[in-house]
Design a protein around this ligand. Sequence first.
Ligand SMILES: Cc1cc2nc3c(=O)[nH]c(=O)nc-3n(C[C@H](O)[C@H](O)[C@H](O)COP(=O)(O)OP(=O)(O)OC[C@H]3O[C@@H](n4cnc5c(N)ncnc54)[C@H](O)[C@@H]3O)c2cc1C
Length: 438
Amino acid sequence: MDDYDVVVVGGGPAGVGAALTSAKLGLRTAIVERSTMLGGNWTNGYVLSILGGYTYDGSEKIVGGIADEIVETLLERKGTKGKRGNFIPFRPDEMKLSLSYLAAKYSITSYFGSLVVGAGVVNHRIESVKVSGKDGMKEIRAKFFVDSSGDADLAYYATANVSEGKEGAGWHQEATLPFRVGNVHEDEVLLFSREHPDLISVVIRENRLERLRVLKPLVEKAKKTHELYLPHDYSEFFFNTSRRGEFVCNATHVEIKDFKSGIEVANALNDLRHQVMSSLDFLSKEVTGFADAYLIDSAPNIGMRETRRAIGEYVLKRDDVLKNARFDDAIARCGHPLEIHDPEKGVAYVHLDGGDSSWYHIPYGAIVQKGVDNAFVIGRCLSAEFDAQASARVTGTALAVGQAAATAASQCIRAGTAARDVNIRALQASLREQGAII
Ligand SMILES: Cc1cc2nc3c(=O)[nH]c(=O)nc-3n(C[C@H](O)[C@H](O)[C@H](O)COP(=O)(O)OP(=O)(O)OC[C@H]3O[C@@H](n4cnc5c(N)ncnc54)[C@H](O)[C@@H]3O)c2cc1C
């Protein structure tokens, strides 16, 4: 049977942060990923910017460590031009290549096309995960496990103790299929926005068109004539990818009630692809500057914002986020507002009480899986209330939290302790030594 020190379930930003750290700390590390690449929503869902590395106003760096190494690798490959405002835009294929390169550099064993479908638990310890792949069903053993599946899959298989959706209401944040368009004539869009400020709003940074939003009157008009199929009340929202004339669009939305249903996910993807086609037709006809634009690609898979969350030793609260909580067992910082994509009310941002230059702590208790001795839950399925997850899920934070989980696993393995009994001061000291910001 395959046997490791640490097995990471899910190779998204959180899992990558954990696996790279684990391997760098000298642990035999495997990452089990159902798709064929690392990066999760970055590479499969075309979430093409790292948010959370800085305060929301961009004034202070609040994530370091392993995140810096990933960004440096991207910079070397010209896969990013570095920080812009409060985020770091990058090219998806360069991210995919860079993460494969780093995984090989640190001798991580990757299992691709491999879905974790169960857990072997004995006396409150996860002994192994059950993995389904082309070679059938196999078990992979480890001393410590990290659930970075985004869906709290391992937490569910190991404890059946998870939470899902908005408390008391049950709805989920909507999912999106981002798409990229090229050959947008930025100067014409700018001119159009000056002539029609009621139809288009733009953000300009360093003399470049950074974002643009198609405003409600234009969207509503196109919807009435059936020219535009966007079932929910969102205006088109585009970010410049840092190449002239190239934008990524986050306008499509669908609510997936049961993310486990293959049929529902397929229907959602088909619906989202219809929204992409319709948006492109609409833009080329109605928005000056888009007449010659073409579709570069749409994301390979749906970008899921929120599905299932683990229940940990501590549950991060909405108030912790908004009131800039400081924790004694802090492992990372986050300054992202609550960002909620409500199927009924649309997109809303709730900013931290301390303003956009403030941040709160992610506590260690929110990544320690309750009910088992040797597992962490990180990334968008960490232990948090629905509203708190709406902030803490961003990928800069996911990397920092992944680094903390792997560092804790390393210390627990060496000391022979359960996750909940880690020496928190030693953990924080090691994280700081690795360049993390707490
Ligand atoms: C449209 C959209 C726009 C966003 N914009 C931004 C943004 O601009 N910047 C930002 O920082 N964040 C953004 N976010 C949030 C961010 O993408 C996620 O919160 C983040 O990807 C969470 O990382 P993760 O590693 O926890 O999960 P994911 O990225 O979801 O990765 C989970 C991984 O686990 C794998 N997996 C799942 N189940 C299993 C299993 N059972 N076995 C094996 N593998 C499994 C999946 O294939 C995936 O690779 C956005 C999200 C969406 C959807």
